[in-house]
Write a protein of this length. Structure first.
Length: 283
């Protein structure tokens, strides 16, 4: 299935856009955003990419008007700048971006752990949004949580929503304190699901299945169950109960998984640990 198309985002990015969109960092997440913007109809001539190691695809877009690694930004009107570089190099990247930022520019950071306060130190008096996407953005099925500072206008928020919607669903919060838990739940969450799939396949092998079959069954079960969960309006607990016959095989397995030391307790401890680590990294 291809990336999700959001009609409002498509209208916002495919129509008249005052100024250009600057993308600093076109790695996995930045590249996914770029692909999503183009898919939604953002013209390449409205794009500026700062990336020291651009892919062949990005380089080829320069023939259609994309500006790559401009040496100065004083003559450029930037509506939004999206920072998708690694957080470790943020201190050296931020000063280089200052010439591109105008009074009407909204800066969107998807750098993990970099707070609004950090961004404001480098870019004072600027409209700022801190956002946390997750890796399913690569197929347009991510979810991003965003928090603005007080300088973000309604028009800028609408633009940022459109930019982030190009790779999936967007949720807005007003309290940045939630971002550490967001990072622990949805930011790191895909790894938990992949671990579940890995563990199911290994358990299938231990029960006697050939490795290839166990892997195929685990992948299809996790993917199919996730799609059912996405499409259903039922509570996850009810979906679980609908699969569970009293005294059956599922009930026998759930008795282990739902033990007081089972998956719920482990997940609570895991997300608490990730939340603490997010706070530590943010300083």
């Amino acid at each position: 299935m291809g990336p999700r198309t959001d009609d409002q985002a498509q209208a916002a990015l495919g129509g008249e856009l005052a100024g250009s969109i600057l993308l600093a960092g076109a790695g996995k997440m930045g590249g996914a955003l770029l692909e999503g913007w183009l898919r939604l109809g953002l013209p390449p001539e409205k794009l500026i990419v700062v990336e020291p190691q651009p892919t062949h695809t990005i380089v080829s877009l320069t023939d259609r008007g994309l500006r790559l690694n401009p040496t100065q930004g004083h003559d450029l009107e930037i509506a939004a700048a999206v920072l998708a570089v690694k957080p470790q190099i943020a201190p050296e990247v931020m000063p280089a971006l200052r010439p591109f930022i105008r009074g009407g520019t909204v800066v969107v950071s998807i750098m993990a752990g970099r707070t609004l306060r950090f961004l404001q130190t480098s870019l004072p008096d600027t409209a700022l949004v801190r956002a946390m996407p997750n890796t399913p953005a690569a197929i347009g099925r991510g979810i991003t949580v965003a928090v603005p500072n007080s300088r973000v206008s309604a028009v800028q928020r609408k633009l940022v929503h459109a930019l982030l919607s190009a790779v999936g669903r967007v949720e807005w919060i007003e309290d940045e304190e939630f971002m550490d838990a967001v990072t622990a739940l949805s930011g790191s969450g895909p790894a938990y699901v992949f671990l579940l799939c890995e563990a199911m396949a290994r358990a299938g092998c231990a029960a006697g299945l050939p490795r290839a079959l166990a892997d195929a069954l685990a992948r299809a079960t996790v993917a199919g169950s996730g799609e059912l969960l996405r499409r259903s309006e039922l509570d996850p607990a009810l979906l679980r109960e609908n699969v569970t016959s009293p005294g059956g095989t599922t009930a026998a397995a759930l008795e282990i998984l739902m033990d007081k030391d089972g998956i719920a307790a482990l997940m609570q401890k895991a997300i608490a640990a990730a939340t603490r680590r997010s706070r530590e990294l943010a300083g």
